[in-house]
Design a protein around this ligand. Structure first.
Ligand code: CA
Length: 471
């Protein structure tokens, strides 16, 4: 009798110790960390506190930097919205599958978007058992076959187009079937999955509200939240609540821009508060970045000290504010200076959940580099191709080459962040090395698969029923 009681106690002790060991292990290195990607739209490199912004306080966004790592050389794979997002969501240079132009609103064109053979981060994480949600700007195709719900997202709240008006009273079209031109897409009502919803809040506030709600509803399971704010992309629209914070900014456009950024910042702050309240900080990776550099004339952003703007392959077009936090894993308040790219987010998550992507991906798992376990640079080189092959760029850890209309320029990235001193004539051998790397990369690419925003008129001529609803 005594012996059987001892055996009983012994068995339970083994179970208990096993459970504690398992819990401790899980605590140290979560097997399936949540991931939140916060993507700003057309945010300038210098317009966040962690990159030195003085006139627009961003205490919420800066929390990610102080909780984690600022990637000072953080890039996106293209200098405008659509292709940059295609790279981010597939983990592959978008020119591999012809997504080389800023997409047109073409609701009846199934080729205008991500080809069926490409796997999105959402689809990969769904295979790993994640709940997946996207909020905000999709901009990866408006045909039903390109809908976020088809591309791996369980939940979608937002809009399909490349930009949107921010005030609900201006959403005077029910959906894209009522659009008659490209920018009519900015006037549609919000969509929740496949249904139209009546939204009443300022768009940025609505997206922030939905983000907090998504995290609260999914706190007990691994999740991906892709929070794709369209702010501070034009049109420049803000509410009095945010404008009032910037009465000291004289320039009206800059004041509105500041208010729009401040609204995003409030949303980020609320989201981080939610993670903290739910004790999810150590089990959640949070990335913050912009989809491209600031178009300074359009929205009064600033990319200083970088050269160039949105659309350029100078740093101002492709190097963006980039920070990541993962409490307990990444050292707080640190900076990482080697070049990294938005494509790395896919690779990082694929490695963490130990899932093999369906296609060859171009990023690397950033965690060992950001923790210092892996020395050296994550990438030998990063590459960019213009929509019509009119320009190219290569960035290695030390150097950068920009080619515009077949004329090459070479810069020393270690000391010349502003790309002011062209070293091509001084160091032609270096340019040859970079050209060789670029030529190797070009072999992976296919031609653009569709006409883009700059060919809006031509596309409409070729597709006269582009906006005619199907009878
Ligand atoms: Ca953008």
């Amino acid at each position: 009798m005594v012996s059987s009681i001892n055996k009983y106690i012994f068995c339970w002790a083994v179970v208990l110790v096993g459970f504690l060991l398992f819990s401790a292990g899980a605590f140290c290195q979560p097997k399936s960390p949540n991931i939140i990607i916060i993507l700003a739209d057309d945010l300038g490199y210098a317009d966040v506190g962690f990159n030195g912004c003085l006139d627009i306080p961003t205490p919420g966004i800066d929390r990610i930097a102080s909780n984690g790592v600022v990637c000072t050389n953080g890039y996106v794979s293209f200098a405008v919205c659509g292709p940059s997002r295609a790279g981010l969501i597939t983990g592959r240079y978008q020119d591999r599958f012809g997504f080389s132009r800023n997409i047109l609103l073409a609701p009846k064109d199934s080729t205008m978007g991500i080809p069926p053979g490409e796997e999105t981060l959402a689809a990969l994480l769904k295979r790993a058992g994640y709940k997946t949600g996207i909020l905000g700007k999709w901009h990866l195709g408006a045909h039903p076959s390109q809908h976020p719900n088809v591309k791996g997202f369980d939940e979608f709240f937002g809009f399909l187009e490349g930009g949107h008006r921010y005030l609900p009273k201006e959403w005077d079209l029910n959906d894209i079937t009522e659009a008659k031109s490209q920018y009519d897409g900015y006037r549609t009502k919000m969509i929740r999955n496949n249904g139209i919803v009546e939204e009443t809040e300022y768009l940025t506030d609505a997206l922030s509200r939905e983000a907090v709600d998504f995290v609260k509803r999914n706190s007990s399971q691994p999740f991906l939240l892709y929070l794709a704010y369209n702010a501070p992309h034009a049109p420049m629209q803000a509410t009095e609540k945010y404008l009032a914070r910037f009465s000291s900014i004289v320039d009206e456009k800059r004041r509105t821009y500041a208010a729009m950024v401040s609204a995003v910042d409030d949303g980020v702050n609320n989201l981080l508060n939610t993670l903290k309240y739910l004790k999810l900080e150590e089990n959640t990776i949070v990335f913050f970045l912009s989809d491209n550099g600031g178009p300074t004339d359009v929205n009064a952003s600033t990319n200083k000290p970088l050269r160039g703007n949105k659309g350029d392959f100078y740093e101002g077009g492709i190097r963006v504010p980039f920070a990541v936090q993962w409490k307990g894993v990444l050292e707080a308040g640190t900076k990482y200076h080697q070049p990294v790219i938005s494509l790395d987010i896919f690779s990082t998550m694929a490695a963490l959940v130990k899932m093999k992507p369906k296609n060859e991906i171009d990023g690397v798992n950033l965690i060992p580099f950001l923790t210092g376990k892996k020395p050296g640079a994550p990438h030998d080189a990063l590459f960019w191709r213009g929509s019509n092959s009119e320009k190219w760029a290569v960035r290695t850890p030390d150097d950068k080459m920009v080619i515009i209309n077949a004329a090459a320029q070479l810069y020393d990235s270690k000391i010349d962040i502003g790309e002011t001193n062209n070293l091509l004539e001084i160091n032609p051998q270096k340019a040859q090395q970079l050209q060789y790397m670029l030529n190797q990369w070009k072999k992976l690419l296919i031609p653009p698969a569709f006409l883009g925003l700059l060919e809006d008129k031509k596309y409409s001529e070729l597709h006269p029923n582009r906006f005619t609803p199907n009878k």
